[in-house]
Ligand binder design. Structure first.
Ligand code: CP3
Length: 338
């Protein structure tokens, strides 16, 4: 198995910088669209053969150094008694949980209801020649979907819940943390080589409230996962939270593009970094793209080790050939020549 990605997770520098992309399987890719025309998104996630095939597509087509399980961060919610749906304008979750009274609608996490995830992992580890990344949302990011009922711009309901019923919000976080921990441990048992926790919405909190309502639950997960696979933490809008994030014992920190990798390295004590090209740079002119890819590689070189990625998921308008060129450029890049 190609080991550049796992080496970099462990703080060892491989001979080239490993690269994969968040949301590397998706609608920007014609091969994905072809399958997606036949099945809705949830059916694809729940059918292990299809989920495995779609996971493999970017590995074969782009030549990336890691695969990420094809699924969604909202999948575990169905195993907690909520209904999830993916419509054109984004995900929908119901019934919403906005008060302590609503908490009764959240059931104990039933691992057997997401057995298709572990089946997909078992198929993939037999077929892949690169490591497989499992994932979950952070309990806080998952909470925003449960409270808002989907995506949100201002997170009014989430903040109203936090600041009017803090104790009940903590109860919601306890339940989601327990479920997330079980879910990640079972993915590791099924064979994933690394896991990434997506904290897409932690950046809506002030550093003070991140310390109260988000961080303790990540610490709890870290304490309970004793298996030795690398744990990656992706946080969007990281820059204002670095002073909090630095205390977390993740192996790799995945950054968004709004933060300078060199500044982040200082806060994070030069631990392994993943990231952080602005995904929309990929919609630009080729020479501008490669210039910025090179900048990220050079900045990433100040960390103990670096895994190239985007600062968020691949945008639907991205051209597959551009991504292929970026992967080749990264694989061929040598620091001695700079
Ligand atoms: O990265 C991968 O290739 C693995 C699969 C993956 C998906 N979602 C597939 C998906 C992963 C890791 C996710 C994580 C996810 N899902 C996050 C965290 C990362 C981030 O992007 O911030 C979030 C917030 C979600 C919730 C979600 N799922 C939204 C907001 C949407 C709608 C917007 C969109 O881009 O379509 C989804 C749908 C979704 N998840 C699709 C895919 C491939 C599109 C489904 C389709 O084909 O219609």
């Amino acid at each position: 198995m190609k080991d550049a990605f796992l080496k970099a997770c462990q703080g060892i520098r491989p001979s080239y910088t490993p690269v994969w992309f968040m949301r590397q399987a998706g609608r920007y890719m014609p091969e994905y669209q072809k399958i997606r025309q036949k099945y809705d998104f949830l059916t694809m996630c729940k059918t292990p053969e299809i989920a495995a095939e779609v996971t493999l597509q970017p590995v074969k087509i782009l030549n990336v150094d890691a695969a990420i399980l094809f699924s969604d961060i909202l999948i575990p919610l169905e195993a907690m008694g909520l209904k999830i749906d993916f419509i054109d304008k984004g995900p929908e979750v119901s019934p919403v949980i906005r008060t302590g009274f609503d908490l009764k609608n959240l059931k104990e996490f039933d691992l057997s209801a997401v057995d298709f995830v572990f089946e997909t992992i078992k198929i993939l580890i037999k077929e892949l020649d690169v490591p497989l990344i499992g994932f979950s949302a952070s309990p806080f990011t998952l909470a925003t979907y449960v409270i808002e009922g989907g995506s949100s711009k201002d997170f009014v309901n989430t903040k109203r819940f936090i600041f009017s019923e803090p104790q009940n919000f903590h109860r919601l976080m306890e339940t989601l943390t327990e479920a997330t921990t079980k879910y990640l441990i079972e993915q590791i048992n099924a064979g994933v080589h690394a896991v990434q926790i997506f904290d897409t919405w932690a950046g809506i909190l002030s550093p003070f409230d991140y310390g109260i309502f988000c961080k303790p639950y990540l610490e709890k997960i870290l304490k309970q996962i004793s298996m030795s696979v690398p744990l990656i933490y992706y946080c969007s809008n990281t820059s204002g939270l670095l002073n909090q994030i630095k205390d977390l014992e993740f192996d790799v920190f995945s950054l968004d593009w709004r933060v300078d990798i060199k500044d982040a390295c200082f806060y994070l004590n030069y631990r392994p970094i993943q990231g952080n090209l602005d995904p929309l740079v990929l919609l630009g002119r080729e020479d501008e793209i490669l210039k910025r890819v090179k900048n990220v590689l050079i900045d990433g070189n100040s960390a103990k080790s670096h895994i190239f990625n985007l600062g968020h998921g691949v945008n639907i308008n991205t051209n597959v050939d551009v991504l292929k060129k970026v992967v080749d450029f990264i694989h061929e890049f040598r620091f001695e020549e700079v």
